[in-house]
Design a protein around this ligand. Structure first.
Ligand SMILES: [Fe+2]
Ligand SMILES: [Fe+2]
Length: 178
């Protein structure tokens, strides 16, 4: 059960109108998003490329992150190929399904190790998940694709992995040496 500030945030996200213009996105905690130097060549989107630098050192989670990058890449490919909205939204659905699968696995891991920041981490997951779903719903309802949000999703993935997810592996490391 979400309560207090978290409940306010969750309600704010869930109550936002279904439009890309109203997506309630925010960067992961403590991260300033810099949107320059990323992606656009004549309006095309560039997929984010998986690299070992993004590994946090938990094998299963790293594998899933790589899969997330791949699913996001297929979504970008579909946009760049000027596919029909229905085909773009189907790649987005696959991305969403994998997000759901991965977030759920990561949250189970945090729960199993007694991770102290589980709640705020879960809220970030929820925020992102709802935003991607709202984005898909907006396209399904005929909105134009907001390319800034598409880019933001890629940025969010990298930032979230490098800041929030990395803390999980640091916690595991510190717990095993304590
Ligand atoms: Fe996470
Ligand atoms: Fe993750």
């Amino acid at each position: 059960m979400i309560s207090g500030q978290g409940a306010d945030l969750a309600l704010k996200i869930l109550a936002a109108p279904l439009s890309t213009k109203a997506l309630n996105l925010r960067p992961p905690e403590g991260v300033v998003m810099v949107m320059i130097g990323y992606g656009d060549i004549l309006g095309a989107q560039t997929p984010i490329t998986w690299s070992d630098d993004y590994k946090i050192g938990v094998e299963k989670i790293d594998r899933e992150h790589e899969e997330l990058f791949n699913a996001y890449g297929k979504f970008i490919e579909s946009i760049n190929s000027n596919n029909a909205p229905s085909s773009i939204t189907s790649t987005l659905e696959i991305f969403e399904d994998y997000i759901l699968y991965h977030f759920s696995n990561e949250e189970s891991l945090m729960l199993s190790i007694g991770y102290p920041d589980l709640f705020s981490h879960k809220l970030e997951h929820l925020d992102f998940r709802v935003s991607v779903t709202r984005f898909r719903t907006a396209i399904t309802q005929g909105d134009d694709i907001n390319h800034d949000f598409v880019k933001f999703f890629g940025h969010w993935l990298i930032s979230h992995i490098m800041v929030m997810d990395k803390r999980i592996s640091e916690f595991i490391k510190n717990s095993s040496t304590a």
